[in-house]
Design a protein. Structure first.
Length: 218
Protein backbone atom coordinates (compact mmCIF):
# COMPACT_ATOMS: atom_id res chain seq x y z
CA UNK A 1 0.00 0.00 0.00
CA UNK A 2 1.20 3.51 -0.87
CA UNK A 3 -0.09 6.23 1.47
CA UNK A 4 -0.10 9.84 0.27
CA UNK A 5 -0.51 12.66 2.85
CA UNK A 6 -2.32 15.78 1.66
CA UNK A 7 -3.93 18.74 3.38
CA UNK A 8 -7.45 19.84 2.47
CA UNK A 9 -8.02 22.90 0.32
CA UNK A 10 -5.66 24.34 -2.22
CA UNK A 11 -2.96 21.66 -1.97
CA UNK A 12 -5.50 18.85 -2.29
CA UNK A 13 -7.25 20.48 -5.28
CA UNK A 14 -4.03 21.36 -7.09
CA UNK A 15 -2.53 17.88 -6.54
CA UNK A 16 -5.51 16.16 -8.23
CA UNK A 17 -4.34 16.84 -11.82
CA UNK A 18 -0.88 15.48 -10.98
CA UNK A 19 -2.45 12.35 -9.50
CA UNK A 20 -4.57 12.02 -12.65
CA UNK A 21 -1.38 12.15 -14.72
CA UNK A 22 -0.15 9.20 -12.64
CA UNK A 23 -3.42 7.36 -13.31
CA UNK A 24 -4.69 7.92 -9.76
CA UNK A 25 -8.18 9.18 -9.03
CA UNK A 26 -9.35 9.99 -5.49
CA UNK A 27 -12.79 8.44 -5.05
CA UNK A 28 -14.21 10.80 -2.39
CA UNK A 29 -14.40 14.55 -2.05
CA UNK A 30 -12.83 15.69 1.26
CA UNK A 31 -15.14 18.71 1.34
CA UNK A 32 -18.16 16.38 1.43
CA UNK A 33 -16.84 13.46 3.44
CA UNK A 34 -15.69 13.27 7.05
CA UNK A 35 -13.34 10.42 6.27
CA UNK A 36 -9.66 10.98 6.90
CA UNK A 37 -8.54 8.08 4.72
CA UNK A 38 -9.75 8.37 1.14
CA UNK A 39 -9.66 5.45 -1.27
CA UNK A 40 -8.46 5.83 -4.85
CA UNK A 41 -9.17 3.91 -8.05
CA UNK A 42 -6.05 1.90 -7.23
CA UNK A 43 -6.41 -0.66 -4.48
CA UNK A 44 -2.74 -0.11 -3.55
CA UNK A 45 -2.92 3.71 -3.17
CA UNK A 46 -4.75 5.70 -0.47
CA UNK A 47 -4.80 9.37 0.53
CA UNK A 48 -4.70 10.51 4.17
CA UNK A 49 -5.89 14.01 5.07
CA UNK A 50 -3.71 15.78 7.63
CA UNK A 51 -3.04 19.37 8.67
CA UNK A 52 -0.58 21.07 6.32
CA UNK A 53 2.02 21.42 9.08
CA UNK A 54 1.72 17.69 9.93
CA UNK A 55 2.54 16.49 6.38
CA UNK A 56 6.36 16.43 6.91
CA UNK A 57 5.89 14.63 10.24
CA UNK A 58 3.67 11.91 8.70
CA UNK A 59 6.11 11.33 5.85
CA UNK A 60 9.25 11.50 7.98
CA UNK A 61 8.02 8.92 10.48
CA UNK A 62 6.41 6.64 7.88
CA UNK A 63 2.73 7.35 8.65
CA UNK A 64 2.66 8.20 4.95
CA UNK A 65 5.09 7.28 2.18
CA UNK A 66 4.71 10.50 0.22
CA UNK A 67 3.16 13.89 0.81
CA UNK A 68 2.72 17.35 -0.61
CA UNK A 69 3.47 20.45 1.45
CA UNK A 70 4.51 24.07 1.06
CA UNK A 71 8.13 25.16 1.17
CA UNK A 72 7.14 27.36 4.15
CA UNK A 73 5.93 24.30 6.07
CA UNK A 74 9.10 22.38 5.22
CA UNK A 75 11.43 25.17 6.33
CA UNK A 76 9.59 25.58 9.63
CA UNK A 77 9.49 21.81 10.20
CA UNK A 78 13.20 21.45 9.50
CA UNK A 79 14.11 24.35 11.79
CA UNK A 80 12.22 22.72 14.65
CA UNK A 81 12.92 19.04 14.09
CA UNK A 82 15.82 18.78 11.61
CA UNK A 83 15.66 16.54 8.56
CA UNK A 84 15.71 12.81 8.98
CA UNK A 85 14.83 10.65 6.05
CA UNK A 86 12.81 13.21 4.08
CA UNK A 87 13.59 13.19 0.38
CA UNK A 88 12.36 16.18 -1.66
CA UNK A 89 12.57 15.21 -5.31
CA UNK A 90 10.20 17.73 -6.91
CA UNK A 91 8.98 21.29 -6.76
CA UNK A 92 5.38 20.75 -7.89
CA UNK A 93 4.88 24.47 -8.65
CA UNK A 94 1.40 24.38 -7.06
CA UNK A 95 -0.23 26.47 -4.30
CA UNK A 96 2.13 29.26 -5.32
CA UNK A 97 2.32 32.39 -3.21
CA UNK A 98 4.96 34.52 -1.51
CA UNK A 99 6.18 35.07 2.04
CA UNK A 100 6.15 38.77 2.83
CA UNK A 101 6.50 41.35 5.56
CA UNK A 102 3.45 43.61 5.93
CA UNK A 103 2.71 46.60 8.14
CA UNK A 104 -0.13 49.08 8.69
CA UNK A 105 -0.35 51.54 5.83
CA UNK A 106 0.51 54.36 8.27
CA UNK A 107 3.59 52.64 9.75
CA UNK A 108 6.92 54.01 8.46
CA UNK A 109 8.76 50.70 8.09
CA UNK A 110 11.73 52.09 6.14
CA UNK A 111 12.50 54.67 8.80
CA UNK A 112 12.04 52.19 11.67
CA UNK A 113 14.51 49.82 10.01
CA UNK A 114 16.98 52.59 9.13
CA UNK A 115 16.98 53.91 12.68
CA UNK A 116 17.65 50.44 14.06
CA UNK A 117 14.36 50.28 15.98
CA UNK A 118 13.47 46.95 17.54
CA UNK A 119 10.50 45.65 15.60
CA UNK A 120 7.76 43.51 17.10
CA UNK A 121 6.93 40.93 14.43
CA UNK A 122 3.97 38.56 14.70
CA UNK A 123 4.05 35.37 12.65
CA UNK A 124 3.32 31.69 12.40
CA UNK A 125 6.60 31.34 10.45
CA UNK A 126 9.14 32.11 13.16
CA UNK A 127 12.13 30.33 11.57
CA UNK A 128 11.69 32.14 8.24
CA UNK A 129 11.13 35.49 9.98
CA UNK A 130 14.12 35.03 12.32
CA UNK A 131 16.46 34.16 9.46
CA UNK A 132 15.20 36.98 7.23
CA UNK A 133 15.57 39.77 9.79
CA UNK A 134 18.89 38.40 11.03
CA UNK A 135 20.24 38.51 7.46
CA UNK A 136 19.22 42.19 7.27
CA UNK A 137 20.66 42.96 10.69
CA UNK A 138 17.26 44.10 11.97
CA UNK A 139 16.50 43.41 15.62
CA UNK A 140 13.12 41.81 16.14
CA UNK A 141 10.96 40.49 18.94
CA UNK A 142 9.07 37.57 17.44
CA UNK A 143 5.52 36.88 18.56
CA UNK A 144 4.25 33.44 17.64
CA UNK A 145 0.67 33.31 16.36
CA UNK A 146 -1.29 30.43 14.84
CA UNK A 147 -3.66 32.42 12.62
CA UNK A 148 -5.32 35.76 11.77
CA UNK A 149 -1.93 37.45 11.77
CA UNK A 150 -3.37 40.49 10.01
CA UNK A 151 -4.97 41.46 13.32
CA UNK A 152 -1.66 41.90 15.12
CA UNK A 153 -0.64 45.31 13.67
CA UNK A 154 -4.25 46.53 13.87
CA UNK A 155 -4.53 45.84 17.58
CA UNK A 156 -1.06 47.08 18.52
CA UNK A 157 0.21 43.57 19.27
CA UNK A 158 2.98 43.95 16.67
CA UNK A 159 4.54 46.46 14.25
CA UNK A 160 4.73 43.98 11.40
CA UNK A 161 3.67 40.51 10.32
CA UNK A 162 5.34 37.82 8.24
CA UNK A 163 2.70 35.88 6.30
CA UNK A 164 1.82 34.21 3.03
CA UNK A 165 0.37 36.48 0.39
CA UNK A 166 -1.38 35.26 -2.71
CA UNK A 167 -3.69 37.86 -4.29
CA UNK A 168 -2.96 40.52 -1.65
CA UNK A 169 -6.71 40.89 -0.98
CA UNK A 170 -6.49 39.90 2.69
CA UNK A 171 -3.83 42.55 3.36
CA UNK A 172 -5.80 45.18 1.45
CA UNK A 173 -9.03 44.39 3.32
CA UNK A 174 -7.17 44.98 6.58
CA UNK A 175 -5.35 48.17 5.51
CA UNK A 176 -1.96 46.51 5.52
CA UNK A 177 0.78 46.94 2.91
CA UNK A 178 3.56 44.62 1.81
CA UNK A 179 6.98 46.10 2.52
CA UNK A 180 9.32 43.13 1.90
CA UNK A 181 9.18 40.07 -0.31
CA UNK A 182 11.00 37.34 1.63
CA UNK A 183 10.69 34.41 -0.77
CA UNK A 184 8.48 32.70 -3.33
CA UNK A 185 6.63 29.68 -2.02
CA UNK A 186 5.29 26.61 -3.80
CA UNK A 187 4.48 23.06 -2.76
CA UNK A 188 6.97 20.20 -2.83
CA UNK A 189 6.69 16.46 -3.07
CA UNK A 190 8.23 14.83 -0.01
CA UNK A 191 9.06 11.15 0.16
CA UNK A 192 10.04 8.87 3.03
CA UNK A 193 13.55 7.69 2.14
CA UNK A 194 13.09 4.18 3.53
CA UNK A 195 9.81 3.81 1.62
CA UNK A 196 11.56 4.92 -1.54
CA UNK A 197 13.89 1.93 -1.19
CA UNK A 198 11.39 -0.66 0.02
CA UNK A 199 8.45 0.43 -2.19
CA UNK A 200 10.60 1.55 -5.12
CA UNK A 201 8.58 -0.42 -7.71
CA UNK A 202 5.30 1.35 -6.95
CA UNK A 203 6.64 4.75 -5.80
CA UNK A 204 9.01 5.49 -8.67
CA UNK A 205 6.36 5.43 -11.42
CA UNK A 206 4.23 7.89 -9.42
CA UNK A 207 7.16 10.30 -8.88
CA UNK A 208 8.15 9.97 -12.55
CA UNK A 209 4.56 10.65 -13.72
CA UNK A 210 4.44 13.78 -11.54
CA UNK A 211 7.79 14.94 -12.98
CA UNK A 212 6.59 14.32 -16.53
CA UNK A 213 3.31 16.20 -15.93
CA UNK A 214 5.33 19.16 -14.64
CA UNK A 215 7.60 19.27 -17.71
CA UNK A 216 4.59 19.08 -20.01
CA UNK A 217 2.82 22.00 -18.25
CA UNK A 218 6.01 24.12 -18.01
P1 LIG B 1 -4.61 36.51 -0.33
O1 LIG B 1 -5.72 37.32 0.28
O2 LIG B 1 -5.01 35.84 -1.64
O3 LIG B 1 -3.32 37.30 -0.47
O4 LIG B 1 -4.31 35.29 0.65
C1 LIG B 1 -3.76 35.56 1.89
C2 LIG B 1 -4.29 34.63 2.95
O5 LIG B 1 -4.31 33.31 2.50
C3 LIG B 1 -3.39 34.68 4.17
O6 LIG B 1 -4.18 34.49 5.32
C4 LIG B 1 -2.44 33.53 3.93
O7 LIG B 1 -1.97 32.99 5.16
C5 LIG B 1 -3.28 32.55 3.13
N1 LIG B 1 -2.53 31.91 2.04
C6 LIG B 1 -2.27 32.44 0.83
N2 LIG B 1 -1.62 31.58 0.04
C7 LIG B 1 -1.47 30.45 0.77
C8 LIG B 1 -0.89 29.16 0.50
N3 LIG B 1 -0.31 28.86 -0.67
N4 LIG B 1 -0.91 28.25 1.50
C9 LIG B 1 -1.50 28.54 2.67
N5 LIG B 1 -2.06 29.72 2.98
C10 LIG B 1 -2.06 30.67 2.03
Amino acid sequence: MITLALSKGRIFQETLPLLAAAGIEVLEDPEKSRKLILPTNRADVQVVLVRASDVPTYVEYGGADVGVCGKDTLIEHQAEWGTHGLYQPLDLQIARCRMSVAVRADFDYATAVRQGARLAVATKYTAIAREFFASKGVHVDLIKLYGSMELAPLTGLADAIVDLVSTGNTLKANHLVEVEHIMDISSRLVVNQAALKVKQASLRPIIDAFAKALTVSA
